[in-house]
Design a protein around this ligand. Structure first.
Ligand code: KG4
Ligand code: ZN
Length: 340
């Protein structure tokens, strides 16, 4: 089965052609048009600008994905597109484009929940993963831990109470004047640190609800930056900035993984799926590997280009879902996870 996947829930416009067979999914092409330069000066994504840019980009991005795969629209079996959640303007643009393409070509189409996409990114390299699996999906908008029964059925175990882990990276990078998006810049800077720095203190929750909180990290970084000017002005070359980046990312990785042994034991999980933009982080990938070795879990982490938002993950999820019959269906910025 040949699937065209489209993703534009935030600031990247991406399309991919994926071939699904009994051996699993094979990515035939992946095109991703980043808007980092457009939003960089604002220190974060400007929703209006993102939507306008998607309008300009979507045709070329789709055509390039088809060309690079050597496939015509007529040869596709279905079109998969992110339906939500995300920025409404961004979602609407690509969702409408996908429906129009499907209508014009008479192809089947399917709307995909963004997080099912992140989950299925792991299917590209690990199609025969043992289930049940813990699925830690960490990005700029989500920090959610699910129990995955299979590739389309998820049950929420815990999530963040406030900021997503990616947001913590982005905000901290802004405070250190490193640029946008912050995650990859903090990661690169941390890898240059000569020694691990002191960890941040973990928040305590009185209500006993299993969850994370990352908003305090921003304050922690702000206090350190205010106490030492070099942290705001030194840039990636300064050893002090490198040490702070190392503390920050080691802390985030440690906090994210801490509840996993308990959940693995309680659920009988056999694998860990780690995906979403923050799953590109070197410390998190390394710590997750050690944890899985210790617990005897199979680890599935996509290549970095499939961790961040991309059309291939939407095609991979869309290949497994029932096709839509309702042409009045629209994008939904608050879409709940009920698919599968
Ligand atoms: O999944 P994604 O592309 O988009 C959302 O759905 O949000 O994730 C983007 C997030 C950003 O916050 C970015 O800073 C973070 O992923 N990110 C990273 C790394 N690469 C991207 N965070 C930490 N380390 C990285 N290497
Ligand atoms: Zn995402």
């Amino acid at each position: 089965m040949l699937v065209l996947g489209l993703e534009s829930s935030c600031d990247d416009c991406s399309a991919a052609v994926l071939e699904e067979s009994a051996d699993g999914p094979r990515v035939r092409s992946l095109v991703r048009k980043s808007q980092d330069e457009l939003h960089g000066p604002f220190g974060g994504v400007v929703p209006e600008l993102a939507a306008r840019e998607h309008l300009l980009q979507v045709r070329t991005v789709v055509q390039s994905a088809l060309d690079q795969a050597g496939v015509t629209l007529a040869e596709l079996d279905r079109i998969a597109v992110t339906r939500g959640p995300g920025l409404v303007g961004s979602l609407l643009c690509t969702f409408s484009a996908a429906k129009a393409l499907a209508w014009r070509s008479g192809k089947d189409w399917v709307g995909v929940h963004h997080l099912l996409g992140h989950l299925n990114a792991a299917r590209i390299a690990s199609p025969h993963l043992p289930f049940p699996a813990l699925a830690l999906l960490v990005s700029g908008g989500h920090t959610h831990l699910y129990l995955a029964k299979d590739w389309t059925h998820l049950e929420l175990l815990q999530k963040t109470r406030d900021d997503a882990a990616g947001e913590a990276f982005d905000k901290a990078a802004r405070l250190m004047g490193l640029g946008y998006p912050g995650g990859p810049l903090v990661d690169a800077c941390a890898r240059r640190a000569s020694a691990p720095g002191p960890r941040f203190t973990a928040p305590k929750f009185r209500d006993g609800v299993a969850s994370w909180s990352f908003s305090g990290l921003k304050t922690g970084v702000k206090l350190r930056v205010e106490a030492d000017a070099i942290l705001a002005t030194g840039g990636a070359e300064a050893p002090e900035v490198q040490a702070l980046c190392r503390s920050l990312q080691d802390t985030i990785a440690e906090w994210l993984l801490k509840p996993l042994p308990g959940h693995a034991e309680a659920t009988g999980a056999r694998s860990l799926i780690l995906s979403g933009g923050v799953a590109c982080n070197s410390a998190l990938r390394e710590q997750a590997k050690h944890l899985c070795d210790r617990l005897g879990l199979t680890l599935a982490v996509p290549e970095p280009r499939y961790c961040t938002d991309n059309g291939a993950m939407i095609a991979a999820a869309g290949a497994l879902l029932p096709v839509e019959r309702d042409w009045s269906l629209n994008a939904d910025s608050d879409l709940r996870l009920t698919q599968g």
